[in-house]
Design a protein around this ligand. Structure first.
Ligand SMILES: Nc1ncnc2c1ncn2[C@@H]1O[C@H](COP(=O)(O)OP(=O)(O)OP(=O)(O)O)[C@@H](O)[C@H]1O
Length: 312
């Protein structure tokens, strides 16, 4: 039996806006095992980041959350903000999209990497400094005694990205949530990020990768979840998923990648405010049936899940 780390049960998030209520996440249910790399893929605006924020409890202040998130047996969705602050960084850490926004420009990089070690592991300044040196070397940020004293603007983009991973992993979290780690970076840097993540994962850390980069998800993951219009519509092991995606949206998403001819997905992405009735993909689905106007059940086939009437 794999060792369960994260269990997300029936999580929904709505965000009231002047234009109406955004149904950002609807009934998300999945789990991540220890040491597993789990990717959440899907079109831009489909609610992937909001789901990551819901797990970290870093939602916009007006967002309405329901459901349950358990991490290592603790229901973190029921913790007070003060208790959650201890969990953030220590058990679950996030790596943001943009290192230039995520790191404080006025604080030396070494100090920023050492901070979670002091806050979460109770390390002294000296011990955290020694460990920061080791982390900088580990992530090829050298020479550490020079780099440690530098500010973010003195780093190259790739180096800063690695420093951000060093910061995220500083307190040995069990789970890292990385939101679009390859956004806007070239192929070479993407390979670097993949290598770094594999290195961290081989040391025992699990990952929730949030990405619309299907190729990156394929190279990295053990399992894949596909998000469409706020709902997870398929979860499968990486190999079976890429060999035989079941949901018509998953099939269309894979056909849209360059290796498969870049066929555009027909129709427009639906509004997250006025979401389609029943199956949210039915207005664009080539296999649409009458019953697709009703909410499809999630069909579980030995751990492979698909939200589609064709398999019910
Ligand atoms: N603070 C907010 N207030 C209102 N709506 C928001 C807010 N943040 C996100 N949304 C909306 O929630 C929906 C989901 O957004 P989210 O950022 O999670 O999508 P995504 O799949 O991560 O997209 P991307 O890949 O472009 O980051 C979108 O319709 C977005 O406009």
């Amino acid at each position: 039996m794999p060792d369960l780390l994260l269990k997300v049960s029936g999580v929904s998030v709505t965000i009231p806006t002047g234009q109406g209520t955004v149904h950002a996440v609807d009934d998300a249910t999945f789990s991540i095992n220890k040491h597993e790399i789990f990717s959440l893929i899907g079109e831009s605006g489909s609610g992937k980041s909001i789901l990551g924020q819901a797990i970290m409890r870093l939602l916009p202040p007006n967002a309405v959350f329901s459901g349950k998130v358990e991490l290592d047996g603790t229901e973190i969705s029921a913790l007070s903000e003060k208790e959650m602050q201890k969990v953030r960084g220590k058990t679950v850490a996030s790596i943001a999209q943009n290192p230039y926004l995520a790191m404080n420009p006025g604080i030396r990089v070494g100090t920023q990497i050492a901070e979670p070690m002091q806050a979460h592991l109770g390390m002294s300044k000296e011990d955290s400094k020694a460990r920061t040196f080791r982390a900088l070397k580990y992530f090829d940020i050298v020479p550490p005694e020079v780099r440690e004293r530098e500010y973010p603007f003195q780093y190259s983009g790739g180096m800063l990205q690695r420093a951000m991973v060093a910061m995220g992993t500083a307190a040995d979290p069990e789970l890292i949530i990385a939101d679009e780690p390859t956004k806007g970076i070239d192929v070479l840097k993407k390979r670097n990020i993949a290598a770094i993540f594999h290195k961290v994962a081989s040391d025992g850390c699990a990952f929730l990768l949030i990405t619309h980069d299907v190729g990156f998800a394929r190279a990295m993951s053990d399992r894949i979840a596909v998000n469409y219009c706020g709902q997870i519509i398929e979860i499968a092991g990486k190999d079976v998923f890429f060999k035989e995606p079941l949901h018509p949206y998953s099939q269309a998403l894979l056909d849209a990648v360059p290796e498969r001819g870049m066929h555009p997905i027909p129709g427009l992405s639906p509004s997250m405010i006025e979401v389609p009735e029943g199956c949210r993909f039915h207005p664009r689905c080539p296999y649409k049936m009458d019953r697709c106007l009703k909410n499809p059940p999630v069909v579980d086939m030995n751990g492979r899940c698909v939200r589609c009437w064709m398999y019910a």
